[in-house]
Design a protein around this ligand. Structure first.
Ligand code: C6P
Length: 415
């Protein structure tokens, strides 16, 4: 019944027709694309928006006094407003277009971190972070003589918030945490973490690479200071990502990169900065990609983020129960109600890369490896895991194909 209700909310057959790549065959088999946490597929409307830009109004933004440049500027700027509305930011001035989540985190580590983190200060991360939310802070900590502390992940794949309470008693400047883990699928209680961190006088950055595409996100409700996500994981193009920052903080921060477009005035000895968000968008921006992201947001909004989240939880819950019927499967992370639409697993006696290779021959695309979360895999004593990650166009039939392919891999590698 629930499945029918959700399917009614999401017309999956229609949605699938919107994504041209889903008609593709791989090794003579129908493509089953279950690597959405790495990057999602793109609907026709996004492909068309990009193509329309290049075909009909390709020009640089904020520069030319001619119609094409005005059109490109309007559409590119309007995409910032669409993002602001999508995540309920107070203003488009709080929306900075960057290349991806990685660049957004590096921007904060560089511009905010260099000015605000000193010797002996502490930056708090967690054991489930992606390398993009570890390495920029390691670089900053090394430069400044600051300390990194990690919130533990418990046996169920959730954050141990008791360890956060202990850590917050020190001189913490920033807590930077994934909204959703790209390995465990865990959706972290970010509002609670933010409340605790703010009470301790620390700022909070949220890595939303795996969440913004899959659930409703509300900056004013969450109350974080910075939030980062990537366009390519949310039906948009590569080369475009978003840093949300609280306006008062962004105003105080120095630019990340210097060059054209980010300045108000340049003299031989010094310069002044443009208004937000352009102060942080140096050089010719990713114009087509920004416009493409705007189209992706229109597409997702039309379908509804609540419905997408609900549907993915249904799919992941089904996938987990089917996976657990396979002898020798171990699932990483918490039960389905505490996670988003992905599941990582290991299969006794079969290397994750071998699973992924056999699945590929069956047309099923999953990811195998440490998923850029090596410390988490080290904690579990695993070199790698296999991961199936879902999006709004995946179906339970595709989960069945995944399960059949895993059984086939098991048959080949175990005797
Ligand atoms: N995770 C995955 O397959 P970029 O590459 O900058 O768009 O996103 C980085 C990133 C940051 N945080 C989290 C939680 C992520 O999952 C990712 C990207 C992909 O899991 C590629 S490694």
């Amino acid at each position: 019944m629930l499945e029918m209700e959700i399917c009614k909310k999401l017309d999956i057959e229609k949605i699938r027709r919107d994504f041209p790549i889903l008609k593709r065959e791989v090794h003579g088999k129908q493509l089953v694309y279950l690597d959405n946490a790495a990057t999602s597929q793109k609907p026709e409307s996004v492909i068309q928006a990009i193509s329309e830009y290049y075909r009909t109004y390709n020009a640089n933004t904020h520069r030319g006094v001619h119609l094409l440049s005005e059109e490109a500027t309007d559409k590119y700027e309007y995409a910032h407003r669409k993002v602001a509305k999508f995540i309920n930011a107070k203003s488009y001035k709080e929306i900075i277009f960057v290349r991806n989540t990685t660049e957004a985190i590096n921007l904060v580590a560089y511009s905010w971190g260099r000015a605000n983190v000193s010797k002996g200060d502490t930056i708090v991360l967690s054991e489930m972070e992606h390398h993009s939310n570890i390495v920029p802070w390691q670089l900053l900590a090394k430069e400044k003589g600051a300390n990194l502390e990690y919130i533990e992940v418990d046996d169920t794949g959730c954050l141990n918030l008791d360890s956060l309470d202990n850590i917050l008693s020190r001189d913490v400047k920033l807590v930077s945490i994934a909204h959703m883990s790209n390995v465990l699928g865990t959706i972290n209680p970010v509002e609670l973490i933010i409340e605790k961190a703010h009470n301790a006088g620390a700022l909070v950055m949220i890595d939303g690479a795996q969440s913004a595409a899959h659930m409703p996100i509300d900056m004013q409700k969450i109350g974080c200071d910075f939030y980062a996500f990537s366009g390519h994981k949310m039906a948009g193009p590569t080369g475009i990502g978003v840093l949300y920052g609280r306006k008062s903080l962004l105003e105080q921060m120095d630019p990340f990169l210097g060059g054209g477009d980010m300045i108000l005035e340049v003299k031989l000895t010094e310069s002044t900065w443009n208004d937000l968000p352009w102060k942080f968008e140096a050089g010719t921006p990713s114009i087509a990609q920004g416009i493409g992201l705007g189209a992706a947001i229109d597409y997702l909004t039309e379908i509804g983020m609540d419905a997408i989240h609900e549907y993915e939880q249904e799919i992941v819950s089904y996938a987990m129960s089917e996976l657990l019927n396979i002898d020798g499967i171990e699932i990483l992370g918490p039960s389905s109600e505490l996670r988003g639409g992905l599941v990582s697993f290991s299969l006794k006696d079969v290397h994750p890369h071998d699973i992924a290779s056999i699945l590929d021959m069956e047309g099923v695309a999953i990811r195998a490896g440490h998923h850029c979360a090596q410390p988490l895999h080290d904690k579990y004593g695993l070199g790698a895991s296999a991961r199936a990650s879902f999006y709004l166009y995946n179906t339970k039939d595709e989960v069945d194909l995944l399960i059949n392919a895993i059984n086939k891999a098991k048959g080949i590698f175990t005797f």
